[in-house]
Design a protein around this ligand. Structure first.
Ligand code: PA5
Length: 426
């Protein structure tokens, strides 16, 4: 389970004051009676998910592994960040695997798209296009370009063997396209929004193709669902209360910190989850992220001595899978022999404790410490569910609908008008 340590938040928290609110919110999530209740499907999804589709996801994942060298995951925001965070977090940044996973559909940058298309030329690749609406421009353009390249390479008649689509069950342009061309379809349920969709085919198909044990991932999510859907102030709600209290105490920024480079994308997913859910009505914490000790050599200065706007939420891993021992060196010109025989994990822990002391005691920066046991599929499922549920609680404490994103539409409308999309005028 996720362990929450509040000993470093520089104040005592009156959890009891939240007891009634937490109970009401928990029941509202369970019974789907709160703001945005049409999108609360994720809360029970680790139990209610479509078991037949799950088997199909595993089969498709295996098929992709056996028949292709690359899977291109084509999606943006909630339609790709969860899969990417889970794959990196579970398998690390240099996966030694036959199937490479790359990402497209998340940018308009021609330099990126051109590079991906050039890289794919002549290679055996499959596409998993993911879009609930089917009209997201970055993804739609990316998919059109990928499909054209694939058509050139394998012929129109073979496209349906290499294209897998994840989209809304009942509506959307991508669904129409799949029906017309017979692409295999997976469902993003209507009552689950993009940033809460990692437990659906959106996250599961890329994970299965990457060779991740998605049964374990869902078991972890279910474990978290059972543990964190109580009326009491469980660790998940405790985290939600802590961040709410720190926000009220005058810290508008929450910095998500890990000591694991493989969690950089988890930070990206976390930022989207909290930022897009909570940042409304001119309220909400600004989510930021950093990876230590790398960023101690950049942002560390600001955290220690800059404007006192932030608190840190540090994610630690109890049992790292491996360690690397520092060797002896005869000359010792680098002066490191005092560490010979010690593991990097030990060094990292001292950096962690030294940093905590510096930020908390000298910098007066509150720290929430979260600990997971391991970086495997089970614990990743558990952690991602923990964050989804804590995020919902946080939004409801601010009386915010966690599941819409009205602000995102503003840039889209302006962009469509500037692009001359039919129907968009000033
Ligand atoms: O969380 C969200 O709802 C968004 O980030 C969406 O996932 C993102 O905008 C992509 O939308 P779609 O899946 O419709 O292409």
């Amino acid at each position: 389970m996720i362990h929450v340590n509040d000993a470093h938040v520089l104040r005592s928290i009156d959890y009891e004051a939240y007891a009634d609110k937490v109970k009401a919110i928990n029941q509202g999530i369970e019974n789907r009676t709160l703001l945005g209740n049409d999108y609360l499907g994720w809360a029970k999804y680790p139990e209610t998910y479509d078991k037949e589709e799950f088997v199909r996801i595993k089969k498709a994942g295996q098929y992709i592994r056996e028949n292709f060298d690359i899977l291109v995951v084509c999606g943006i925001g909630g339609s790709y960040l969860g899969a990417r965070a889970a794959i990196d977090g579970i398998q690390g940044l240099y996966r030694d695997d036959k199937l490479q996973i790359i990402y497209m559909g998340q940018t308009f940058a021609a330099s990126y798209v051109h590079q991906v298309l050039s890289y794919l030329k002549g290679k055996k690749f499959a596409i998993n296009v993911i879009s609930k609406s089917g009209t997201t421009t970055e993804t739609a353009i990316g998919f059109r370009l990928l499909r054209d390249l694939l058509k050139e390479q394998i012929g129109e008649e073979n496209l349906s063997k290499a294209i897998f689509a994840t989209t809304d069950k009942e509506k959307g342009a991508l669904l129409d396209l799949c029906k017309k061309y017979g692409y295999e379809r997976f469902v993003l349920p209507s009552d689950v929004g993009g940033r809460y969709s990692v437990f659906t085919a959106v996250g599961l198909l890329p994970m299965a193709a990457a060779g991740i044990d998605i049964d374990a991932f869902m078991d972890g999510a279910k474990n978290a669902m059972n543990a964190y859907s109580s009326d009491e102030i469980n660790p998940c709600y405790q985290y939600g209360i802590l961040r709410h209290e720190l926000y009220k105490a005058g810290y508008p920024v929450e910095m998500f910190v890990t000591y694991e480079p493989r969690f950089v994308q988890l930070g990206e997913w976390w930022k989207q989850l909290f930022g897009e859910s909570e940042g409304k009505d001119r309220t909400g914490l600004l989510p930021d992220s950093a990876t230590f000790s790398t960023d101690l050599h950049s942002l560390g200065q600001f955290i220690q001595e800059g404007s006192p706007v932030l608190f840190e939420t540090v994610l630690d891993v109890e049992k790292p899978a491996v360690d690397v021992i520092i060797p002896h060196d005869e000359d010792n010109l680098d002066g490191l022999n005092y560490l010979e025989g010690k593991g990097l994990d030990y060094v990292c822990k001292q950096a962690h404790d030294g940093t905590l002391e510096a930020h908390e005691e000298t910098g007066k920066v509150p720290n929430i410490l979260l600990t997971i046991d391991e970086m495997d599929a089970f614990h990743m499922g558990e952690l991602m569910y923990f964050f989804c549920r804590a995020c919902a609680l946080s939004c409801y404490l601010n009386e915010i609908n966690p599941f819409n994103q009205p602000g995102v539409e503003v840039y889209k409308k302006n962009m469509f008008r500037l692009l001359g999309k039919p129907g968009y005028t000033k």
